[in-house]
Design a protein around this ligand. Structure first.
Ligand code: NDP
Length: 453
């Protein structure tokens, strides 16, 4: 089996050159599947792995737009429709200068397994644009969204592909994207999730990824008869996921002490309480400022800028119990993971997608800490997007409590699936294997039953 896996990986690398994040994501999944493939040789025969790493299709397109000074810019847009064996393609749109085909392919690939874990009928997709939203006016953001949707609208639809937000795409951007789709198609449908509450959005969708990651951490703690009460938590990022992670940590009696953006991080040993969080939400979501301002505002908090080419992230060097990486991919390397374990962290719940490098993952697994990988721990966001789609189809809105309850139950179910799959296939307590196997089996069975297409 190890030959099969290494031959398979060599082929993936040769066929998809210069896409290291995609190789990393595929390698992690395939590594987890050895025991499954031994038990189910029919999946090898049907070339399920070879088929699942090949997107159904990829759209790549020009995104021209004009800035406020009248200058023309040309960015590149993408949508990866990875796999729709169990439902319409579903996955976010990312606007960030680091967006490339390889980054979006890794995200779309992860999304297939994540969506399968939610138990809802959703396939996997991802898209985005290499546009940098930092410092842009609302009008510039509107024009880029209109230009992006001016091509994307041909390829999506409520039963085909339903995008959502991701880094750089929040409520404001979803509004501009939806408005353009509605005009071009002359139809009002649930084609995007993360919509405004008065035009088809779901309560709890903005909170869902962060809340879900904390629910997942709580479930992991339950296996050791513990709760989040009194636990100190490191959180990275300061966007959507980080903000609601902190809100839920506070609600459950924990204490979050860090936050970051791409320039640096703040450490506040007194804890980021509700009042301080309200400041962050205004700073990041309304004034669109930088996290540095937090340390100017609150006594006792310190700001540390990130050094260029630093070999480790100083945010991960503080003593704590839990870590919630909520910024971006590969933000915890091997050295960071060692620092975390050394400083007493024994719960890691990934709000971001693939925030830990392969080396870092090995450190967590070897240390036998409670390590919840992103495709399980951050699935609450897409799960609640699935709930938004259901409400749109039924043309009704559930209450806040109802959506939150469903989200909580889904996170418990995902946790249970991970635990059971890891146990069944001989690696109890390994959530990485549990999530990959649990997510894979449902998609593989669907692909087998639907024939060679
Ligand atoms: P936001 O754009 O709201 O926030 C992203 C945060 O991460 C910002 O603080 C940003 O800082 C920081 N960040 C982005 N890129 C980098 C980088 N290269 N280095 C350091 N910091 C960076 O995005 P979200 O909160 O929505 O997403 C965060 C993560 O969670 C991503 O990995 C995303 O894929 C994942 N995720 C999001 C879901 C959602 O529902 N939104 C669902 C599931 C996963 P700055 O302001 O400087 O850019």
């Amino acid at each position: 089996m190890s030959n099969y896996v290494s031959d398979f990986m060599s082929e993936v690398i040769a066929k998809n050159p210069a896409q290291p994040e995609f190789h990393q994501a595929v390698h992690e999944v395939v590594n987890s599947l050895a025991a499954v493939l031994e038990k189910h040789p029919e999946y090898c025969k049907a070339k399920i792995l070879e088929r699942i790493v090949e997107p159904d299709r990829v759209f790549m397109f020009r995104v021209p737009w004009m800035d406020d000074a009248g200058e023309i810019h040309v960015n590149r847009g993408y949508r990866i429709q990875m796999n729709n064996a169990i439902g319409p393609y579903k996955g976010g749109l990312r606007f960030h200068p680091s967006v490339t085909l390889g980054i979006l392919k890794f995200l779309a690939f992860e999304q297939v397994f994540k969506n399968s874990l939610t138990t809802l009928p959703m396939g996997g997709g991802k898209g985005g644009c290499d546009f940098d939203p930092k410092g842009k006016s609302d009008n510039e953001i509107m024009r880029i969204c209109q230009s992006f949707m001016g091509e994307l609208f041909r390829h999506i639809g409520p039963d085909t592909d339903v995008p959502a937000g991701d880094i750089g795409v929040g409520g404001r951007e979803i509004g501009f994207l939806f408005g353009t789709y509605r005009k071009l198609r002359n139809e009002f449908t649930g084609v995007l999730t993360g919509k405004g509450l008065e035009w088809g959005g779901s309560l709890i969708r903005p909170e869902a990824t962060g809340y879900g990651a904390v629910y997942f951490a709580s479930e992991m703690l339950t296996t050791r008869n513990q709760t989040l009460e009194g636990k100190t938590c490191l959180v990275s990022g300061s966007g959507n996921v980080a903000q609601y992670t902190i809100e839920k940590i506070n609600q459950l009696g924990g204490k979050a002490v860090t936050l970051s953006d791409s320039n640096g991080y703040v450490y506040d040993p007194a804890g980021i309480d509700g009042k301080k969080l309200a400041f962050i939400m205004d700073l990041k979501n309304v004034r669109r400022g930088r996290i540095k301002e937090y340390a100017d505002k609150f006594k006792g908090a310190t700001y540390t800028p990130f050094a260029i080419n630093q070999d480790h992230d100083p945010l991960w060097t503080h003593k704590a119990d839990c870590a919630f990486p909520s910024a971006t991919q590969n933000e915890i390397n091997g050295k960071d993971a060692k620092n975390l374990v050394k400083n007493g962290i024994y719960v890691v719940a990934e709000g971001a997608n693939m925030p830990t490098t392969a080396e870092g993952v090995d450190v967590f697994i070897d240390a036998k800490i409670l390590y919840g990988p992103g495709k399980a721990a951050n699935a609450g966001g897409v799960a609640t997007s699935g709930l938004e789609m259901s409400q749109n189809s039924m043309r009704l809105s559930w209450t806040r409590e109802e959506v939150d309850q469903r989200l909580h139950q889904i996170m418990k179910n995902i946790h249970k699936t991970c635990v059971q799959a890891a146990e069944t296939y001989g690696t109890p307590g390994n959530y990485v294997n549990g999530a990959n196997i649990g997510g894979f089996l449902k998609v593989a069975r669907a692909m087998m039953e639907q024939g060679l297409v």
